[in-house]
Design a binder for this molecule. Sequence first.
Ligand code: FPP
Ligand code: MG
Length: 295
Amino acid sequence: MQRVEKEIARLVKECDYDEVTRLFEMLSGGKRLRAKLILKIADTHEMAPLLAAIVELIHAASLLHDDVIDEASLRRGVPSVNATDGSKTAVMLGDILYSKAFTELVLFDKDIARIIASSVTALSKGEMMDVKMADEFNFDEKLYLDMLYLKTATLIEAAAEASALLVGKDAASHALYGRNLGLSFQIIDDILDITADASTLGKPAMNDYVEGKCTLPYIYLYEFLNEDDKKRLVSLHAKELSDEDTTWIKDKMQEYKTIEKSFILASELSNEAMKAMSDDKELVAILQTMIQRSY
Ligand code: FPP
Ligand code: MG
């Protein structure tokens, strides 16, 4: 991973603007899940650290823009750039990082460049869907999963597929692995928003629903509730929640086991990914660690 950090630092420095370097250094690096995946799959290739750095810059850019869109004040436990330096700076920093990533992408084969580049179109579409869907309470599970796939799974899918292509491994099975890893990762993230506390999350707890995001535990809950309770749940959508409302939602989720139900779907998706990679112990281990985050 040190090679990836070195490549990231080099690319940021090559942007040749002290303000960019300063702001980038203030970002917390995060888990670097995508980079780790690329190194695991394509470790033997000398360009793997560069591919990993490109994907991490794209990911960082998408989070900078997302924090502007969500008006978030915290990212990974530290104040977000839009909070410290304003939205204009956060948007431009994102633009610089992802255009730099795209400049470097031309050094790769066309197939690899196309996979990464088109995943950014997909994730932007996913973000747009996410914004639109927050306008109203959404109880359509399929629509939610389609949005989740675009918004979070496509870049992980692209990272796995592109790194497999780089070293001549099977692209389809790695893409399936990345897609399901991304989906189950996000479903677990959605669960943690409800079950974990703010200090663990590095952002306010139960924030998804306040932001208008109807994640799976809410979609499943709606199915089970009687008409009056359905109305109450919908009336709380996209609003600040009182302690009483929070307790009511959590109690109902417990009564109808909607967290467990969401977790079962995440487990099924990750089991499918494990099957696709059954002879690669390290890739299976990544999935197992990820699933265990929820305990
Ligand atoms: C986080 O979602 C957001 C994403 C994973 C994708 C955001 C994508 C864009 C803004 C498209 C623009 C892309 C580029 C490269 C500039 P979330 O708000 O559900 O998660 P959070 O709790 O981590 O904020
Ligand atoms: Mg966000």
